[in-house]
Design a protein around this ligand. Structure first.
Ligand SMILES: CC(C)(COP(=O)(O)OP(=O)(O)OC[C@H]1O[C@@H](n2cnc3c(N)ncnc32)[C@H](O)[C@@H]1OP(=O)(O)O)[C@@H](O)C(=O)NCCC(=O)NCCS
Length: 171
């Protein structure tokens, strides 16, 4: 689906309040929401760990956002990233905006030389981007039935690939 007026671009300082509002609105009422998804992005930004943060903008308003942060394989290999959260305002969902954010975000980390990406999420949704379940890489405390990886370059490392500590239990 095409949304002609949609712009995907890196976040700017002025977007920060709108990003928090979009994340809160998108996750509100979701059974898997912890209520701290917007705070996670704030923590990553403050820690300098927001490797990529893209917004979806329509008519000057932020309607979606996606975040990527460094992830850590056990052997210390660099180049692995975590996707999340990703959020689209409820009124704009199911128009392909989430998919545009995911694909643009993966392009952004690939431009940084990414070797791979991890996430926890809905298997049916993320499979379309090439993510596959990988319980063998699931870190302690995360749900193996929702932990997915996408190998972008080379081989996948052995063992659990950890999220940044800012994720706590809300990856
Ligand atoms: C998940 C989300 C970012 C997708 O954005 P979107 O713009 O609606 O997605 P797209 O239009 O690209 O894709 C729509 C597809 O996603 C599915 N989808 C929407 N929300 C979903 C969700 N929470 N979990 C799984 N699938 C979801 C739709 O059923 C649709 O599936 P189909 O293509 O097979 O019909 C958006 O629905 C959202 O913000 N949800 C609440 C927050 C959230 O759950 N974030 C992800 C956490 S892992």
């Amino acid at each position: 689906m095409t949304v002609p007026e949609l712009v995907i671009r890196p976040e700017r300082d002025a977007d920060v309040p709108a990003i928090g509002a979009v994340i809160d609105a998108a996750f509100e009422g979701q059974p898997y929401a912890e209520g701290d998804e917007a705070e996670l992005v704030v923590k990553l930004r403050e820690a300098g760990m927001l490797t990529a943060s893209l917004v979806a903008e329509i008519g000057g308003s932020v309607v979606g956002q996606i975040a990527f942060s460094p992830a850590e394989p056990p052997d210390g290999t660099s180049g692995w990233y975590a996707l999340g959260p990703v959020a689209v305002l409820p009124a704009h969902q199911n128009r392909g905006i989430g998919a545009r954010l995911v694909r643009a975000g993966l392009d952004a980390i690939q431009a940084l030389g990414a070797k791979g990406c991890i996430l926890t999420g809905d298997v049916n949704y993320y499979a379309r981007f090439g993510f596959r379940l990988s319980p063998a890489h699931c870190p302690p405390g995360q749900p193996p039935g929702h932990f997915m990886i996408l190998v972008l370059c080379g081989a996948s490392p052995e063992g659990a690939i950890r999220f940044h500590p800012a994720f706590g239990d809300c990856a």
